[in-house]
Write a protein that binds this ligand. Sequence first.
Ligand code: NAI
Ligand code: CS2
Length: 496
Amino acid sequence: MHLSTKTLPQLSGKVVTPAYSRDQLKTRIVHLGFGAFHRAHQAVFADILAAEHASDWGYCEVNLIGGEQQITALKQQDLLYSVCEMNADNWNGRVVGVVREALHSALDGIDRVIEAMAQPDIAIVSLTVTEKGYCYLPSTASIDTDHPLIRHDLEFPHQPQSAPGVIIEALRIRREKGLPAFSVMSCDNMPENGHVTRNVVIALAKNRDVALADWIEHHVSFPSTMVDRIVPAMTPASLEKISGVLGGMEDAVGIACEPFRQWVIEDNFVAGRPAWEKAGAELVANVLPYEEMKLRMLNGSHSFLAYLGYLAGYQYIDRCMEDDNYVRAARRLMLEEQAPTLHTPDVDLGAYADSLLARYRNTGLKHRTWQIAMDGTLKLPQRMLDSIRVHLERGTAYPLLALGVAGWMRYVGGVDDSGETIDISDPLKNRLAEIVQNSAEGRARVEALLSLKSVFGDDLPANTAFVNSVADAYGLIQTHGAKQAVSLVAGNNANA
Ligand code: NAI
Ligand code: CS2
C-alpha cells in the first residue's frame, strides 16, 4: 500500500497529516527542482503555513533534468509525500500537502511547464537546481555561453532546456499577455544566489531580445536566500525506515532530514509572498552576510571533511566526527580561517561552529562524503577560495583551507588512500581527467589543476604564496595520506 489521499487516514496518529483543505490552496509558486532538499525545506515551510496560519500558497513542482521517477510517483500519490526528521533513535514523520501540480519537461513537455509558469496567479518561481543548473562560471558569477544548454537555448529559445531559458520564455509570454512578472528565488548554495540568477537570466535574455531583457530588469526581482537543512540523498535503507515511520505504508518520494532548518530571505518580492516568517524564516534586507557565514563555516567545513574524509576511507560525515583530528580540523577551519573573513552581525560564531559539529555528529543522517564531494569545481570558490583571497590580502595564515583545496586535488586524481578508484561526479569531469592524465603527480599536478580559470580565476594561480601553500599541503597528503595530514595540520599551534 502506498501513500495517497485514500490511505492517509490509515497513518498512525504520530504522523502529522495535512489538517487543512488542500482544495483551498492556489498554485502560486512554481518550483524548479523537486529534489531532496526542496521537499524537506521550502515545501515544509509552506506546509506549516497552510496547517497553522491558513495560508493558501500551493506549489507546482517541476523537474527539468533528471528526477522523472519522483514526479511520476508524486502524481501516483495524489501529490502527497512525507518528510521524516531523524535523530539516531527518533524519527518524526509529517505528510506534506501543499503540492497542487507536478510536471516533468520530458514527461509532460516543456510547453506545459512554461504554461504553468505563465498562469496569472504565479507570484514566485523558485529553484533548487544545484549549482550546475545556473550554467554560470563561478569565478565571475557570469553566464557560461559555452554551456551546452545555453547554446541550445540560444538556438531554440521557445523550446528551452536550461532553467534560465525556461524562466525567460515564461516571462516573455507573461509580458506579451500583459500579465505581471513574478519573482525568481534561488534556494541553491551559492553566494548572492539571487544576483547569480539575475546575471544569467538577463545575460541570456539580452541575447535574444533586448526589450524583453529590459522588461525583466525592471519588473522581476531576484531575492537572495540563505538555506540550511542537511538532507542526504535517499537510499533504499532510508526509504524503508520512512515506511516504518508510516506504519508500513510506502512512499517513493519520502525524504529524511535532520531536525534543524534555517531560511534567511531577502525581502524583495514583486507579486507578494507567503508569510514565511510565521514558520520560522528570517526576512532581511541583506542576506549576503548570512550566506557567506553558512557557505564558509558549514559548507566549507563540509567540503573539507568530504575530500579529506573520503580519501581516508570515511564514507559518512558522522564517521569523520569519530576522529578527533577531523573534529579539531573542522572546528579550527571554521573559527580560525573562515570566521575572521565574515561580517555577520549578532551571531556568536563560536556557538555556531559548535552547533554545526553537533549536527554533523547526528548518527541518523548517514550523509555520504561522496555526495558532498561532487561538483567541486562549482563549490570550491564560495566554500574555500573566497576566504583564501581574504587571507592573501591580509597576509594571514590558512593552512586548513590550503589542505582542503589540496584534498580536492587529490580527490579528483581519482584514487583514494587505499588505492581504490574514486567515481568522480563533476560537470568538468572530462577536463579534470585530462589534466590528471597529462600531469605528473605532485607539484606539477597542483599547478595543472590551478589552470582551471572558472574555478581559480587568474589571480590565484599567479600568486606564488598560494601555489606554494597548496603544493605543500598536497605533498603532505601524498606522503602521509589524508588521515595523517589532517592530524599534522590540525594539531599544529597551541590554541587548537
Ligand atoms: P537532488 O539531487 O535531490 O536534486 C537535484 C535537483 O536539481 C533535481 O530536482 C534535478 O531535477 C535538478 N537539476 C539537476 N541538474 C539540473 C540542471 N542542470 N538544470 C535544472 N535542474 C537540474 O539534490 P538536493 O539534495 O535536492 O540538492 C539540490 C541543491 O539544493 C543543492 O545543490 C544545494 O544547492 C541546495 N541545498 C541542498 C541541501 C541538502 O542538504 N541536500 C541543503 C541546502 C541547500
Ligand atoms: C553539502 C550541502 O552537498 C553538499 O555540498 O555541503 O548540501 C549541505 O548539506 C547543506 O548546504 C546544508 O544546508
